[in-house]
Design a protein. Structure first.
Ligand SMILES: Nc1ncnc2c1ncn2[C@@H]1O[C@H](COP(=O)(O)OP(=O)(O)OP(=O)(O)O)[C@@H](O)[C@H]1O
Ligand SMILES: [Mg+2]
Length: 311
């Protein structure tokens, strides 16, 4: 399926969907204090890999996910998403690349509450500029893949947790993203339902060659994936595929690091992670190009509402 709004051309196509080099993330918690949370992470993810990122609570998984998902920018370091240097993008392009290249799946599903399963899946397509009939057709195909066709007219409140997550996965797939980025997608589900969700990820990976980044603290689920990156206290302490690291061509990594200082950030004002966010975000305003709620991105994640958020 061809993206209609795509004007962001990759600088390179070397088969790596994530090229992260020396990623540092610092939060400013009021002058003069700053807290370095990620201390320089380097890793690459090739297209088609199912990789898990594991680590204890507070180790920096969601902070890293926000950077991988272009919801936040590193304080320093370089990040190329599917060949595109996200630090060089304007606000509008950033939300566009997010809508087209990342399919988010959150622990708390984050479906738009007063909208049917079908319409939820259609939302990212709406922001990508597809017509009503194209949207409906594509959304129906996706609901079939996740075996939710019979529930297409159900509201989220009429669905079980596992069913909601399947709809959220269908929504994540809508624009055929380069990466499905899932932060504790089974965390709110019982083990049997979590198993079904995990099987669905395997199906998308095996049958459709999807690149999946699974963030979890469940080592058993992680062990099912192609590769495990373990983080602790903001450092990568092991990577089952060390060879993929540092594979990025040096010419792409020579650019001046982007440094972002948010003068308004104070304390934990921005700290609402996906897991803490309310289950049902507000429906997107008609006509806005960003479509954050359309992707299930909770309010409160840095730069999720990009209007004026990125300097
Ligand atoms: N906006 C912020 N300001 C200050 N500190 C923050 C902010 N966001 C996150 N942190 C801190 O960064 C660390 C990593 O948080 P993060 O949410 O990335 O952890 P996590 O590995 O996802 O944990 P969990 O498994 O509980 O979801 C924590 O110590 C957290 O308190
Ligand atoms: Mg987290």
């Amino acid at each position: 399926m061809k993206h209609k709004n795509m004007n962001i051309e990759p600088e390179t196509d070397n088969g790596l969907v994530i090229q992260a080099k020396d990623i540092v993330k610092t939060f400013y918690i009021g002058q003069p204090n700053e807290l370095e949370i990620l201390h320089g992470m380097t890793f690459n993810v090739p297209k088609g890999q199912f990789v898990s990122i594991v680590g204890q609570s507070g180790s920096g998984k969601s902070t890293l996910m926000n950077i991988i998902g272009a919801l936040d920018r590193p304080t320093s370091g370089n990040y190329l998403l599917d060949g595109v240097d996200v630090s060089r993008l304007k606000d509008k392009e950033l939300s566009e690349i997010r809508n087209l290249k990342i399919g988010f799946v959150f622990q708390t599903f984050n479906l738009v509450s007063r909208t049917s399963a079908l319409k939820n899946v259609e939302l990212p397509l709406l922001y990508a500029g597809y017509s009503a009939s194209e949207r409906k057709q594509r959304a129906r195909e996706l609901l079939e893949i996740v075996e939710m066709s019979e529930r297409e007219q159900h509201m989220p409140s009429e669905l079980s947790g596992g069913q909601k997550q399947r709809v959220a996965i269908a929504r994540a797939m809508a624009n055929d993203p380069a990466i499905i980025l899932a932060d504790e997608p089974t965390g709110a589900l019982d083990s049997r339902t979590g198993r079904m969700v995990m099987d669905l990820f395997h199906k998308l990976h095996d049958e459709q060659g999807k690149t999946i980044v699974l963030i979890t603290h469940n080592n058993e689920l992680a062990a099912e994936t192609d590769r495990i990156i373990t983080i602790s206290d903001g450092n990568i302490i092991s990577d089952s595929e060390e060879t993929a690291r540092d594979a990025a061509p040096p010419e792409l990594l020579r650019k001046k690091p982007y440094v972002y200082v948010d003068p308004h950030a104070s304390g934990r004002a921005q700290d609402e992670t996906a897991a803490d966010a309310p289950e049902e975000p507000k429906a997107p305003q008609t006509g806005t190009p960003q479509g954050n709620a359309a992707q299930g991105i909770p309010q409160g994640i840095p730069h999720a509402a990009v209007e004026g958020g990125v300097k």
